[in-house]
Design a protein around this ligand. Structure first.
Ligand code: HEC
Ligand code: HEC
Length: 345
């Protein structure tokens, strides 16, 4: 499997326009198997739990990003929020029979998750297991989500139950995404690096570790791959790459866009203060005030733009508490700027 495809899944959501839409599903429709039971949450969710679920889905775990269709201007279509995207990844745009990976309808509709029990929904997004025993494709980052707290997983399910149902039956994906590969195992929680023992604001850094590592979106994109698997011994050291053409970027961008080294090393974010990380996430600006390149999902148009100041600050403490690791990012994505000039070498 081409490793660029892995990142394309993440990349595509940020740039809706770059994600080609495949053919509408034909008669060959993979109907969701009928649930044996539909077990609603035993206790009614509190407003706080629903808000937590909405916040995680929209701004931290980035579920909405991959699962929501966009309008022509790249913003989410509010009428189709979380209703799934056909051909979210197209690894073979020239061939209508090949290369499309679809995301799924997560809304409270029979063509979405309405007839799935809470347990079935959690098994899908935390373990990659479908009720029919088949695995989800690992482009769905269940190997990372599996480390979130049960209470957060429950909040996500509770929120999904409240998402207005959208009728949208999504057909099967195409080869090479079918049949789905064997399930991948959960990222071992112990491999998510701990804050340095002498870091002064350790409690904040530990909260940040949970948001950036256990919930998984930052860890997924900012960890390099080895043989297609996240190389967790180099967690947060950056260097995962995205092909410019798959991001739909103009030719003055380099051919490959790399994720940044988020450790406080000179080849990473040693020159950042916590407030700079907050600005990077909420406003999409790097240390020098330049716009961060796609597919970093930050800033006003990106879902991370809605992360709270407090959470962004905790993430900043966590990143700055990591052991500094050297990893030279080979190319700066900004047109006309070299990676070396950026890091002051
Ligand atoms: C990087 C993109 C991406 C992100 C982020 C993402 N998903 Fe998915 N999700 C997918 C893809 C692709 C599939 C389809 C996999 C397949 O068909 O094998 C999928 C499938 C699913 C399914 C299976 C539904 C069904 O009926 O088959 C569930 C449930 C799900 N995702 C929930 C979530 C939740 C909850 C989150 C956030 C916590 C999330 N996803 C975040 C890409 C993503
Ligand atoms: C879809 C992939 C993706 C996800 C998810 C993602 N990032 Fe990024 N991030 C990138 C890319 C690509 C860059 C490089 C952008 C650039 O160089 O302009 C980047 C750059 C950054 C930078 C700027 C570093 C520098 O060198 O100036 C920070 C800080 C950052 N990311 C933090 C995070 C955090 C924290 C999260 C999770 C909340 C996160 N990112 C999630 C892809 C991603």
């Amino acid at each position: 499997m081409n490793r660029y495809l892995q990142v394309w899944v993440l990349a595509c959501n940020v740039l809706g326009a770059a994600c080609s839409r495949g053919p509408e599903p034909s008669g060959n429709i993979q109907a969701a198997p009928a649930a044996a039971t539909t077990a609603p949450l035993s206790t009614a969710p509190s407003p706080e739990q629903l808000e937590r679920g909405r916040y995680l889905v929209s701004h931290v775990a980035l579920c909405g990003d991959c699962h929501s269709p966009r309008l022509a201007d790249g913003s989410f279509d509010p009428a189709r929020w979380l209703s799934g995207v056909e051909c979210f990844v197209d690894s073979n745009p020239g061939d209508p029979e090949q290369g499309c990976l679809n995301t799924r309808n997560l809304t409270a509709h029979p063509t979405g998750l309405l007839n799935r029990s809470d347990r079935e929904i959690k098994d899908m997004f935390l373990k990659g297991e479908r009720a029919d025993g088949k695995a989800l494709h690992p482009f769905m980052p269940y190997a990372f989500f599996g480390n979130m707290l049960e209470s957060d997983a429950d909040a996500i399910v509770a929120y999904l139950r409240t998402v207005p149902g959208v009728e949208h039956r999504i057909g099967p994906s195409q080869p090479p995404f079918l049949p789905p590969p064997a399930p991948v195992s959960r990222v071992p929680e112990a491999l998510i690096p701990m804050p340095r023992a002498d870091y002064p604001e350790r409690a904040a850094a530990l909260r940040g570790r949970y948001l950036a590592g256990n919930i998984g979106a930052c860890l997924d994109c900012h960890t390099p791959r080895a043989q297609g698997r996240p190389a967790l011994e180099r967690a947060f050291q950056g260097g995962m790459s995205f092909r410019r053409e798959l991001l739909g970027l103009p030719a003055d961008y380099p051919e490959l866009i790399y994720t940044a080294n988020l450790t406080p090393h000179a080849t990473g974010i040693a020159d950042y203060a916590v407030a700079d990380v907050v600005r990077a996430l909420r406003h999409g600006e790097d240390k020098d005030g330049g716009s961060l390149c796609p597919p970093m999902p930050a800033g006003p148009m990106g879902p991370l733009g809605g992360i709270t100041e407090a959470d962004a600050s905790d993430i900043g403490h966590y990143l700055l508490s990591l052991p500094p690791a050297e990893n030279v990012i080979p190319v700066d994505c900004k047109p006309g700027r070299s990676a070396l000039s950026r890091h002051g070498h």
